[in-house]
Design a protein around this ligand. Structure first.
Ligand SMILES: *Cc1c(COP(=O)(O)O)cnc(C)c1O
Length: 378
C-alpha cells in the first residue's frame, strides 16, 4: 500500500500537513541575519496565544524531553525537595530527571488510568512545607489521562512553590490556560498537537521562575536558559537552531490560527468521543473513565492475549499504526493517537480497521458516526 497513506495513529510523532512539510524544505538562512531573526521572534510571539500566556517562550532544538530537562536543570538545586505527581510513564520521567539532578524527590503516585485529585497535591504540600516545586503532566500519554491542571493550580496557589507542567501531548490541542491557571513553566514539543516534525521543544517561563533561576547552580550548558533569555533580547538563540523546523512550525501556526483554538479544542473532543463510542460499541474496555479521558490519545485494554500481535496486524494488514502500551502497561493496552492533524474521518478509518480485524463489521463505526452526526447537528 502507499507508504504515505498510512494512518499514523500514535501519540506522537503525528501526521504533518503537506504545506508544513513543504515549508520545512525552504533554503537555509543565516540564523543571525535579519530575516531569520525576525522570523524567529515572530514565531515565538505567535506561540504565546497557543500557550495562553504573556510569559517568555524559549525555543530549544531537541525533543520534548529537552524542555523537561531544561526546566529541572534551571530551576532545581541539588537537594531541593520537589513533588512529582505521577500516574504514568511521563510523570515518572519528571521524577527520573529530578533524581538525575540530585533533587530530593517526593512522588505522589496515583493509579495508572486515573487523574490526580488536586486536593491530594495540596494536602501533600501542607504536610511537607519545604517543597520548592510541583511537577505535573497535563496529558499522560501512556494512559490517556487528562489531568485537572486548573484544579491543581488552584489547590497549590497559596504555597510558595513553582508549578511546572508537561504539556507535550496537549498544548495546541487541548485547552491549557497557562497564566490563568498559575503555571510557571509549560513544556511542549513540535511533533504532537503542533503538527510539525519532531526536533523543536518550547518552554514558557514566568517571572517568578526567572527569579528562581538566578539562584540555581545545577550544572548545565546547552540547556542553560539564562543564555537563551539573553540571546532572545537580540532575537537569536545561543546555538544554531533547527531552522527547517522553524519554517515548518511557522506554516503549522498559519493552519492553527486559521482553524482557531476553540475549534481545534472541540475537534479533539469530538475525536475523543467518537473513538470512545466506537471502542465501547465493540465491548472493548477503555482504560480511562470519562472523567479523565484524554482528547488526544485513547488507551484500550482488551481482554485478548496478544495485544502486540493485534497492533502489528493492524499495521501490516490494514495500514493503521497504533501504539502499544508503555512501562507497566506494555503488552496490555493499545493506544489510539488523535492529536494534531487528525479529523473525525480519520477516526472512522481507524475504527473501521479495528472492527474489520475483529470481524465486527460496522459496529464501531456506526457508534462513532452517531456521535459525529449529533455533534455537527444533523
Ligand atoms: C511525547 C511526550 C513527551 C516528550 O517526549 P520526546 O520523545 O522527548 O519528545 C513528554 N511528555 C509527554 C506527555 C509526551 O506525550
Amino acid at each position: 500500500m502507499f507508504s504515505d497513506r498510512k494512518q499514523l495513529r500514535i501519540p506522537g510523532p503525528t501526521p504533518v500537513p503537506h504545506k508544513v512539510l513543504a515549508a520545512g524544505a525552504g533554503p537555509m538562512a543565516n540564523h543571525r541575519g535579519p530575516d531569520f531573526k525576525s522570523q524567529l521572534a515572530n514565531i515565538l510571539e505567535r506561540l504565546k496565544p497557543v500557550f495562553q500566556t504573556e510569559n517568555t517562550i524559549i525555543g530549544l532544538t531537541g525533543s520534548g524531553t529537552s524542555a523537561m530537562e531544561a526546566a529541572v536543570a534551571n530551576l532545581i538545586n541539588p537537594n531541593d525537595s520537589v513533588l512529582v505527581l505521577s500516574g504514568g510513564v511521563f510523570g515518572d520521567r519528571w521524577a527520573q530527571i529530578c533524581r538525575a539532578f540530585q533533587a530530593d524527590v517526593h512522588v505522589l503516585e496515583y493509579p495508572w488510568g486515573e487523574g490526580i485529585a488536586p486536593e491530594a497535591a495540596a494536602d501533600y504540600l501542607r504536610r511537607h512545607s519545604h517543597i520548592k516545586a510541583v511537577f505535573a503532566t497535563h496529558n499522560e500519554s501512556s494512559t490517556g489521562v487528562l489531568n485537572d491542571i486548573a484544579g491543581i493550580g488552584a489547590a497549590i496557589a497559596d504555597f510558595d512553590c513553582l508549578y511546572i507542567v508537561d504539556a507535550v501531548s496537549s498544548l495546541g490541542g487541548v485547552d491549557l490556560k497557562t497564566d490563568e491557571w498559575g503555571i510557571d513553566v509549560v513544556c511542549t514539543a513540535s511533533q504532537k498537537c503542533l503538527m510539525a516534525p519532531p526536533g523543536l521543544a518550547f518552554i514558557s517561563i514566568s517571572n517568578r521562575a526567572k527569579e528562581r533561576m538566578k539562584a540555581v547552580s545545577s550544572p548545565r550548558f546547552y540547556l542553560d536558559l539564562q543564555s537563551y533569555l539573553e540571546m532572545l533580547e537580540r532575537s537569536e538563540t545561543p546555538y544554531t537552531p533547527n531552522i527547517s523546523h522553524f519554517y515548518a512550525l511557522e506554516e503549522a501556526l498559519n493552519i492553527i490560527e486559521a482553524e482557531g483554538l476553540e475549534q481545534i479544542f472541540s475537534r479533539h473532543l469530538l475525536m475523543r468521543d467518537m473513538v470512545r463510542a466506537g471502542i465501547s460499541a465493540l465491548g472493548l474496555p477503555l482504560l480511562v473513565a470519562d472523567q479523565w479521558a484524554s482528547p488526544t490519545v485513547t488507551a484500550v485494554k482488551p481482554d485478548f492475549d496478544d495485544v502486540s500481535g493485534f497492533v502489528a496486524s493492524l499495521r501490516d494488514d490494514f495500514g493503521v499504526e497504533l501504539a502499544g502500551g508503555q512501562g507497566r502497561l506494555a503488552g496490555r493496552v493499545f493506544r489510539i493517537g488523535h492529536m494534531g492533524y487528525a479529523t473525525p474521518l480519520d477516526m472512522l478509518t481507524t475504527l473501521a480497521a479495528i472492527e474489520t480485524k475483529l470481524g465486527r463489521f460496522g459496529q464501531a463505526t456506526a457508534a462513532a458516526e452517531q456521535v459525529w452526526l449529533q455533534t455537527v447537528g444533523g
